[in-house]
Design a protein. Structure first.
Lengths: 259, 411
């Protein structure tokens, strides 16, 4: 048994080394403590609700969230009435009973409205490349929440750059320089700043706070079932540990006369 | 019920006796899974056959459930997988079980293969048993590769591009074969459709070959850590309850480790790029296959010539087919092979090094490292095995299994 564990650990160590080697190519990420990390992790509802506000007021101008519906916000602790209200403020395109194009208020069952009618329009309005959809962005980046938090908080203004950085990465005045973005020149201008949003719960809207909150929200959007997964996992593993103990006792009993 | 060896079972239940008289499935189960004489000295490495079987069944069950909710279309596949994750009741569980199940199926099978190699389970009279096992391994690789394409993420698409393009290295007909595989002139909807069809079909082919694998196993029975044949009832125990209970314990311990991944780090073994929908116009920075292919991927890239790389990659599996005849030693188990034993450990390290090289971009010191490791891999099978068997002086074998088990100092 010990040998099996050792060989398993070796294999995992080899995998882990591979992952570390890949991640080390970029600048060190700012590692944060996230409420949803670990086997007992849950989403910080208040932070995620604030993060939704950041998404709605800032990110949604360019980034879609195609896989999330307004009804999903109920999972973040909003009431059904609140969700209906949020949806009703938004007008979405649809097809009327007579087949003509109409606009109507969104319903909770609608997916989040896209900022652009299609990918070509999104690309045309953003210098040739459509801003990525944010539905699974936390799972789609190496480093996940730490990477996104670092990305949002690691912009360096042109006049703060060293001459070496400007030379090495070919930065001009119009470029946005980000310490953690691969290649450092990023099309997205710094999206967040102090007091970019007015939090309804009175929290002070610093850049750091906004970044943490929106990452909490996007982590939830990427994986809405995380809490159910953790809960189920704890139960399954406790059950299996008990079962393993019983099986071991049975096995010992059966083999007692053979050793 | 009678449990003495050889005597036909007597069934007290009239229905069972009636059926068995006409279709002897109960006699068969009784003979093959109850009284079946099994060496008494298995260690826990012998659990991995049962574990692999459990994983195969688990993959088929979760796979069928997923297939009822999946849409094999380039415009809808990615979203349909996300829909399973988000909106289908317990869909996230089925998907996490299935995608991590592939990894754990391979973990079980890799341990099973190395166990067979260490204890010489491929030697006469079990050569066909071993060959069928390598066929299962090949079928698993094909199934896993096509399954990874189905979510239609960036790594799905570009992994499929790299692997299918390998066939273009074949002289003269290579390009035609690639077009035939793709069902067109690029990887597109026909490719995804056929991969889905084959990904659904091949697991049942695997079940069939596993059946043959088990039939071949039950002709001469299992090998054992000593690699010597049982000489009588004192050397064996009935399969049930001795090994059903021991396998049951091993399976549950394995499933606990698997559950830790499924429930607490379901994406740890995956690649983040596969959460970006496939885009034929954007190539990922590094294209890497799933971890269980990395050693073979490293061999492919270690050879500076495309056709040579493809030949070596497939050759790495082809040598497994020849293994029973490459090994010239008459002793099965490494327990009694004082030199080869250490080379087995070196081979395991070599394969891990190859996997490490495969995970990293082919630059810097990874290039010579992968080449040396590739060379060593083939050296082990093609030179070391045939020669060492001739010159190595094995330790004396114990007179019988019972003797070795009951006088531990004999081993």
């Amino acid at each position: 048994m010990r040998r099996i564990l050792v060989s398993g650990a070796l294999a995992l160590a080899a995998l882990g080394l591979g992952a570390v080697a890949v991640a080390a190519e970029h600048t060190e990420l700012k590692h944060q403590h996230w409420h949803f990390k670990g086997p007992f992790g849950t989403y910080d509802r208040a932070a995620a609700q604030r993060g939704f506000q950041v998404y709605k007021d800032v990110c949604a101008a360019c980034h879609s969230l195609n896989l999330v519906a307004y009804r999903n916000l109920i999972d973040l602790g909003l009431t059904e009435a609140q969700v209906k209200g949020i949806a009703a403020e938004i007008t979405v395109p649809d097809i009327g009973d007579d087949g003509s194009a109409i606009e109507r208020p969104a319903r909770p069952s609608d997916r989040f409205k896209k900022p652009f009618p299609n990918e070509l329009a999104a690309a045309a309005a953003n210098g040739g490349k459509a801003p990525p959809d944010l539905s699974v962005i936390v799972k789609a980046r190496e480093g996940g929440p730490d990477y996104l938090y670092s990305l949002l908080t690691s912009y360096v203004p042109f006049d703060k750059l060293t001459p070496e950085q400007i030379k090495e990465f070919n930065v001009t005045k119009d470029d946005n320089f980000n310490l953690v973005f691969p290649g450092h020149r990023i099309a997205m201008p710094p999206p967040l700043a102090d007091d970019k949003v007015q939090y309804t719960d009175g929290t002070k809207a610093t850049l750091d706070q906004e970044a943490r909150d929106v990452v909490e929200f996007l982590a939830w959007a990427s994986e809405p079932h995380l809490e159910a997964r953790n809960r189920t996992g704890i139960r399954v593993i406790l059950f299996m540990l008990a079962l393993a103990g019983l099986m071991y006792a049975v096995k010992r009993q059966v083999w007692a006369d053979k050793h | 019920m009678a449990s003495s060896h050889g005597a036909p079972p007597v069934f007290n239940n009239k229905v069972i006796a009636w059926i068995d008289h006409r279709l002897p499935i109960f006699s068969y189960l009784e003979k093959e899974y109850h009284t079946f004489p099994t060496p008494r000295n298995f260690n826990y490495f012998w659990n991995f056959g049962a574990i692999a079987t459990v994983m195969l069944v688990l993959m088929i069950v979760t796979g069928i459930v997923l297939a009822t909710n999946y849409t094999p279309h380039v415009l809808m596949a990615f979203d349909s997988v996300e829909r399973i994750d988000r909106d289908v009741p317990s869909g996230w569980l089925m998907r996490d079980l299935h995608m991590n199940g592939a990894s754990f199926f391979f973990i079980a099978v890799y341990i099973h293969i190395f166990r067979g190699m260490y204890y010489g389970s491929y030697k006469a009279p079990r050569e066909l048993l071993w060959l069928l096992g390598v066929v299962i391994f090949l079928l698993m690789m094909a199934t896993a590769f096509m399954g990874y394409v189905l979510p239609w993420g960036q790594m799905s698409f570009w992994g499929a591009t790299v692997i299918t393009n390998l066939f273009s290295a074949i002289p003269v007909v290579g390009d035609s074969i690639v077009t035939w595989l793709w069902g067109g002139f690029a990887i597109d909807n026909p490719t995804l459709n056929r991969f889905f069809a084959l990904h659904y079909l091949l697991p049942f082919v695997i079940v069939g070959v596993v059946g043959l694998h088990v039939v071949a196993l039950h002709v001469h029975g299992s090998n054992n850590p000593l690699g010597i044949d049982p000489k009588g009832p004192q050397d064996t125990v009935p399969f049930h309850p001795y090994y059903t209970m021991k396998d049951g314990f091993g399976v549950i311990v394995f499933l606990i480790v698997y559950s830790v991944f499924v429930f607490f780090m379901p994406d740890f073994l995956g690649h983040p790029d596969n959460y970006t929908p496939a885009n034929p116009l954007v190539t990922p920075e590094h294209i890497v296959p799933e971890w269980y292919f990395l050693p073979f991927y490293a061999i492919l890239r270690a050879i500076p010539d495309k056709l040579g790389g493809v030949i070596c990659m497939f050759g790495a599996i082809a040598v497994l087919f020849l293994l029973p005849w490459l090994d010239t030693s008459r002793v099965r188990s490494c327990v009694f092979r004082p030199i080869y034993k250490w080379f087995m450990f070196v081979l395991v390290i070599d394969v891990i090094v190859l996997g490490y090289c495969g995970a990293n971009p082919p630059e810097g010191y990874f290039v010579p490292l992968a080449r040396v490791a590739t060379l060593y891999y083939f050296f082990h099978f093609l030179l070391l095995l045939p020669i060492l068997g001739k010159i190595e002086r094995p330790l004396p074998l114990p007179p019988s299994i019972a003797d070795a088990v009951l006088n531990k100092k004999a081993v």
